[in-house]
Design a protein around this ligand. Structure first.
Ligand code: SAH
Length: 250
């Protein structure tokens, strides 16, 4: 069995303080996670970052830097966004424990992104919309905003617990593990989903059905919630193409 923890990508969006990037690397490494992705960090990986990473400097050296949120999640088949606030635009809520289990389950098929927002303002609504699940650590209602790296620590801990559990069950009964059975399902990458959304929007604008952005937001939410499988996505794309062909005939 491949190393499932390597499939988990921790994504930090526009982090302001390099120290937080260092502390994140440390938090990840203690839990056995290794893949860190940075979207347009405001500060370089500097001495402060390295100092706070302690023994996890290797994670910083291997961190991948991206110019956009979309690029950072493009090859991931499951995207989980984290937020200190519950917003009405959330696709669907997931508890940290369930998030750990889902992340490990889906890591069998492909890459999983767990995304953390900016220190001051978190993730934008647009970014949250591109996540299948929305994770909130149930903190004190009067003061619930965790330090970025501490949020990463908690979520990474749950991923590790799920992984330990999974490994234990696999040893006991390798054939019957319910997670392994699901491994045959294939899910599309975030990039393929994005192509599908663009295709849908293009066609339905042309048909005059989509006239404003609100419709597309609703459709995105609907399709994200379904967690479409690759075969299902192909079916939908086939339907779009057949309509397209027909209207371009005349
Ligand atoms: N004022 C911002 C706080 C951002 S804290 C906001 O309300 O969104 C920086 C990041 O840490 C968040 O974007 C999120 O990724 C993570 N985080 C902090 N507290 C969290 C919580 N209670 N649950 C989940 N993630 C949290």
């Amino acid at each position: 069995m491949m190393d499932l923890l390597k499939q988990i990508q921790i994504v930090l969006v526009e982090t302001s303080h390099s120290g937080n990037i260092g502390s994140t690397a440390r938090a990840m490494k203690t839990m056995g996670l290794s893949h860190l992705r940075l979207v347009s960090p405001k500060q370089e990986i500097d001495e402060q970052a390295i100092a706070l990473s302690a023994g996890a400097k290797d994670l910083l050296e291997q961190a991948q830097v991206f110019n956009s949120f979309d690029q950072a999640i493009a090859d991931c088949q499951l995207v989980i966004g984290t937020s200190a606030r519950l917003r009405h635009l959330q696709s669907s809520l997931i508890e940290p424990r369930a998030c750990g289990e889902l992340a490990i389950q889906r890591a069998i098929q492909g890459k999983v992104a767990i995304v953390f927002g900016r220190e001051r303002v978190g993730l934008t609504n647009e970014e949250l919309l591109k996540c299948h699940y929305h994770l909130n650590v149930p903190t004190n209602a009067e003061y619930g905003s965790l330090n970025l790296a501490m949020a990463v620590q908690l979520v990474s801990y749950e991923v590790r617990m799920a992984w330990l559990n999974f490994s234990k069950n696999l040893q006991k009964s390798p054939q019957n593990s319910p997670l392994v059975e699901k491994a045959n399902i294939n899910y599309p990458s975030a990039e393929s989903l994005e192509h599908f959304f663009n295709h849908t929007e293009r066609l339905y604008r042309e048909l005059g059905f989509i006239r404003n952005d609100a419709v597309m937001l609703k459709l995105r939410r609907l399709y994200q919630r379904c967690e479409l499988e690759t075969a299902e996505l192909n079916l939908l794309r086939g339907m779009l193409t057949s309509v397209e062909k027909k209207i371009h005939q005349d």
